[in-house]
Ligand binder design. Structure first.
Ligand code: 4AD
Length: 476
């Protein structure tokens, strides 16, 4: 009853408060400041109310005592309500800690948007122990948490750092279309839709468009969503992911791998050199250290031998591609042979044993996309025709980059379409890249969520996407 009568008013006699975001408060110590945000934590101790406020730029401890702690709003305040607070910013007392090393001693405040209490309270909706599918439905609330928001902030810093690394090497950013009528990585993983009565697809990769930009802009890159209709429920597959792709002209295969390594290392170094992003990495992945250069390079043929030496086998398949099982249902395991695809499980075990980034290179043409440049003479010893292709594998995640040199010769490309059963007609613009002044060129695609899962030590790429999509999930 008493509390209902207490009405707070801002004291006009006090010095005007400076409006600030929480991340910019340090120079305002001892000043009167005005801040707004969400009630991230709330605690009531001997009639003093402690609020940890959150506004996306940081956190601030706010202390309410006396009259400001006795209003009806103060007594009914709930987590995740929005509030405006005004007070004096003070260093935290000796021996105490608080985010930023300071706290706000509040002299006036008001509720801007109350969050419900009781049954519908935020903590009742979102419980850390909830079922993963409930957490996925509540992704919009999960991202308010300290870990999820730190991952998203690191993601933003990562994209910006990648862009700086690429631009400083004279690559120009372009924005290719998402709606396309050609495939890049095989028809089996295309999302198809109706485009004004014509079949069209969501892009799997912007590579072909980047190649056409070389004669116009020189080396180019893009950061674009790619889509894959792979029915893979693994911790590194998404149906929609952010694909960082680049294409470079007049290079060799060796230049390509050195470029990928250089981009990754300078991007990571820049993140570690910035105190705020270094702190995010420390929070999420305390044991992270920048990878040593040069990255190990292992040819596909040597990798097959390595797997066999380490007893890493794969599931045997029949002619139709079905796993062969014994009566108890266990899969029959067999050694790897040259020509086999190195599946996710084997690849993961290999990277975990090696413990460092590894370039696997020189995959058989049979296993790879139609556009890849072949290494001359590789089949002379009866082995497969190999390509100037590489995958970069990282410990804990596996493949994060796929790249290759491209077929530069038009006639050879026409043969490659044929071999793959691709009608060359809709690819006329891609073929023209070879017709009107061809060049040796190559490029790569990096899965941003996979890279972030490695950097931030996340269990799955689903934690590294704002609103992840995987088979069966396209909400929220
Ligand atoms: O190896 P991929 O399929 O290569 C390409 O698309 C090339 N056309 C890229 C290029 O040369 N411009 O895909 C490249 C990377 C993979 O290494 C992986 O990191 C990521 O894209 N990726 C996925 N990430 C999440 N979910 C999926 N379903 C992914 N598929 C590929």
């Amino acid at each position: 009853e008493e509390s209902k009568k207490i009405v707070l008013e801002e004291d006009p006699a006090l010095t005007a408060a400076v409006k600030s975001k929480l991340g910019n408060l340090t120079p305002l110590r001892s000043k009167r400041v005005r801040v707004s945000g969400w009630v991230h934590r709330l605690r009531d101790q001997n009639k003093i109310i402690f609020i940890v406020l959150r506004d996306g730029t940081g956190y601030l401890q706010c202390v309410l005592s006396g009259k400001v702690a006795q209003t009806y709003d103060a007594l009914t305040l709930t987590l995740e309500s929005t509030v405006e607070l005004v007070g004096t910013l003070q260093p935290v007392p000796e021996g105490k800690t608080a985010p930023g090393g300071h706290e706000l001693v509040v002299d006036y405040w008001r509720v801007l948007g109350a969050s419900p209490g009781g049954e519908d309270a935020f903590t009742n909706r979102l419980n850390e122990k909830s079922d993963p599918s409930i957490l996925a439905d509540l992704r919009h609330l999960v991202i308010r948490g300290e870990t999820a928001s730190a991952v998203l902030k690191l993601r933003a810093a990562l994209l910006s750092s990648f862009r700086q690394s690429l631009v400083s090497r004279d690559l120009v950013e372009v924005t290719p279309p998402c709606m396309v009528q050609t495939q890049v990585e095989g028809g089996a993983t295309l999302f198809k839709f109706d485009y004004y009565g014509q079949p069209a697809f969501l892009t799997q990769s912007s590579q072909l468009y980047l190649e056409t930009c070389l004669p116009s802009l020189g080396d180019v890159f893009c950061v674009q969503e790619s889509f894959r209709a792979e029915n893979s429920h693994t911790r590194r597959h998404l149906s929609e992911y952010t694909h960082l792709e680049a294409e470079l002209a007049f290079i060799t295969f060796d230049d390509l791998m050195s470029h990928i390594e250089g981009i990754i290392c300078s991007t990571v170094d820049r993140l570690l050199a910035d105190p705020s992003t270094a702190a995010l990495i420390k929070q999420l992945n305390p044991n992270f250290t920048a990878p040593a250069r040069p990255f190990r390079r292992l040819s596909y043929v040597d990798a097959i031998a390595w797997l066999n030496e380490h007893g890493i086998q794969h599931e045997a398949e029949d002619a139709e591609g079905n796993v062969i099982r014994d009566e108890a249902g266990s899969a029959k395991m067999v050694d790897h042979q040259v020509g086999d695809d190195i599946a996710e499980a084997a690849e993961r075990r290999m990277t975990d044993i090696l413990g460092t980034p590894v370039f696997l290179y020189g995959f058989p043409a049979e296993l790879k996309a139609f556009y890849m440049k072949k290494i001359p003479g590789t089949s002379a010893d009866g082995g497969p025709v190999c390509t100037e292709s590489c995958d970069l594998l990282m410990p804990g995640v596996g493949e994060i980059v796929g790249g290759s040199m491209r077929i530069a010769d038009m006639e050879e490309l026409l043969v490659a379409y044929k071999r793959e059963g691709i009608d060359p007609a809709p690819y006329y613009w891609f073929t023209d890249q070879r017709k009107y002044g061809t060049c040796e060129h190559g490029g790569y695609g990096l899965g941003v969520e996979r890279f972030l899962a490695w950097l931030a030590n996340r269990f799955t790429v689903r934690e590294c996407s704002l609103y992840p999509r995987w088979p069966g999930r396209a909400t929220p």
